[in-house]
Design a protein around this ligand. Structure first.
Ligand code: ATP
Ligand code: MG
Length: 208
């Protein structure tokens, strides 16, 4: 067995089936949490790591939150739920974030686990463009989750597809709503809404 040389404590404490949901999480929202929870239920996962990226692809202006703010909001969102856990591996490694490094670092922290890398339909559509696609498939089972606005083009070889409750919602939507003074509170956990207000996040930007 792979784990036979490990101290018994590690064997006992290590969860066996672990999901990984990477992203910018700027901010984390109910669509992320619903996807993580549903995949965990359908695939009987023991844990899902939420892993914010180090950097932020500039998308819609200058209002994005720092890595520490994104981590803090993700931690608030999962607090109290032993199923979901935030990992700093990508933020601590620094830019650029490559999934192969994410899986390698998490694997070193939790040896002997079986890994499931979860992506929304939008990110999954780009999987074959990922440089490391074939090596990634050795490290983890790929799990694609449905996302409103993005169609499946049919089964994808080597990818497990999971239908999740549809939240037609993105972090971009949340940021735009904050910036333009529209309601956003019930699209994110209450603790995250409080954090956004207390820290005056997403108020800048020039295209609102
Ligand atoms: P942004 O608008 O800034 O791109 P986002 O809402 O797409 O934000 P990301 O941090 O980019 O969030 O996404 C992290 C992961 O979560 C990706 O795999 C993405 O496909 C998935 N995801 C995001 N929102 C949803 C949703 N509403 N339903 C299902 N999956 C989602
Ligand atoms: Mg996105």
């Amino acid at each position: 067995m792979i784990s036979s040389n490990l101290p018994e404590r590690l064997i006992v404490e290590s969860p066996k089936r672990i999901g990984v949901l990477g992203g910018t999480f700027d901010p984390i929202h109910l669509g992320h949490l619903a996807a993580a929870g549903e995949v965990a239920g359908v695939l009987s996962l023991d844990r899902v790591f939420v892993v914010p990226t180090a950097g932020h692809p500039l998308k819609d202006g200058s209002e994005e939150a720092s890595a520490e703010d994104r981590l803090a909001m993700a931690s608030l969102a999962v607090s109290g739920d032993p199923l979901l856990q935030v990992s700093r591996v990508d933020v601590d490694r620094g830019i650029p974030t490559h999934t192969i490094d994410t899986l390698t670092d998490l694997g070193a922290e939790t040896p002997g686990a079986e890994w499931f890398f979860i992506t929304g339909a939008d990110a999954l559509a780009r999987l074959d463009e990922w440089q490391e696609a074939s090596r990634l498939r050795d490290l983890a089972t790929f799990v694609g989750v449905t996302r409103p606005g993005y169609e499946w083009s049919g089964p994808i070889e080597g990818v497990t597809l999971v239908e999740v409750p549809g939240f037609d919602l993105s972090s971009t939507d949340v940021r735009r709503r904050v910036r333009t003074g529209q309601p956003f509170r019930y699209l994110v956990p209450g603790s995250v809404a409080d954090y956004i207000e207390e820290h005056h996040l997403y108020r800048g930007g020039s295209d609102g």
